[in-house]
Design a binder for this molecule. Structure first.
Ligand code: 13P
Length: 268
């Protein structure tokens, strides 16, 4: 396990990457890493994430309260959003929030990333929903994001940006890259007359590959068949129940709605 200082350096490296890639402007974006159930490292509020050193990084508890911060540094104003992810996803070790141009443009236009256009995006993300608009730094964004957390590793934030999370910092960052690359391809292919989408069976084969690889995280490929049909579902069968499970789940509507959009967009 890397030392705390090493992890702080890694956060600075990822901050530089998101800044250098134009995924954030000025002081935007924030990053956090889970150390254990009650200790988390996070970027400070109001600094450029492209020019941080380990001394900038703050330590907070599971409620986002400061455990340690150097003079002049306070935890990110979006720490509640990060903590809501950790609370609902024990598998998550790192969270990245950024404002990548193409993904954020889709979030501003209110268009979720649901068109299956390339194998890598289908395998890595499936689709990316949009969490309803909330005022930054309040509980509104965590509340809006929460219902998507059990089914996705990436969410667009309406009129705001994107949020990704995974089992390591590098994987959470890679998800952000994947979201932005997918959004960019979707935007450009729309300019070229519209993408030629993968067929339903092509998507299903990719989902099957993802299941066979046993990839970590949450993904529509792991949905119960019932959810796809808009019925109450178990959400825990890894897609293998063939529609024979029962149980229901408060969020099945959300998943069914998003999945329906995906299937509708396939239209074949
Ligand atoms: P912080 O600098 O407080 O993390 O906020 C940046 C941001 O992007 C808010 O959405």
């Amino acid at each position: 396990m890397a030392s705390e200082y090493e992890i702080k350096k890694q956060i600075c490296d990822i901050g530089k990457r998101i800044y250098d890639q134009g995924m954030v402007a000025a002081n935007d974006g924030n990053i956090s890493v889970k150390l254990n159930d009650n200790e988390f490292l996070c970027t400070p509020t109001g600094v450029s994430k492209g020019f941080m050193t380990p001394e900038y990084i703050c330590k907070v508890d599971a409620n986002g309260k400061v455990i340690q911060a150097n003079p002049g540094f306070k935890p990110s104003s979006e720490i509640k959003m990060h903590m809501r992810v950790y609370k609902n996803r024990p598998d998550v070790q790192a969270v990245v929030h950024a404002h990548p141009i193409y993904a954020t443009s889709f979030a501003i236009a209110g268009i979720p990333l649901t068109q299956p256009i390339m194998p890598e995006a289908v395998i890595a993300l499936g689709c990316v929903p949009i969490a309803e608009y909330g005022t930054p730094s309040t509980e509104e964004i965590p509340d809006a994001v929460e219902k998507y957390l059990q089914h996705f590793d990436a969410v667009l934030l309406e009129n705001h940006g994107a949020l990704t999370f995974s089992d390591s910092l590098i994987n959470a960052y890679h998800k952000m890259e994947s979201v932005e690359f997918y959004a960019k391809l979707l935007f450009l292919s729309r300019q070229l007359g519209g993408p030629k989408e993968l067929s339903k069976s092509q998507v299903e084969r990719l989902y099957e590959i993802r299941r066979q690889f046993g990839l970590s995280g949450k993904h529509p490929a792991n949905l119960c068949q019932n959810a796809k049909n808009g019925q109450p579902s178990c959400h825990g069968c890894g897609g293998s129940c063939g529609g024979n499970c029962h149980g229901g789940d408060v969020s099945s509507d959300v998943v069914a709605e998003i999945t329906k959009k995906v299937l509708e967009s396939l239209g074949k």
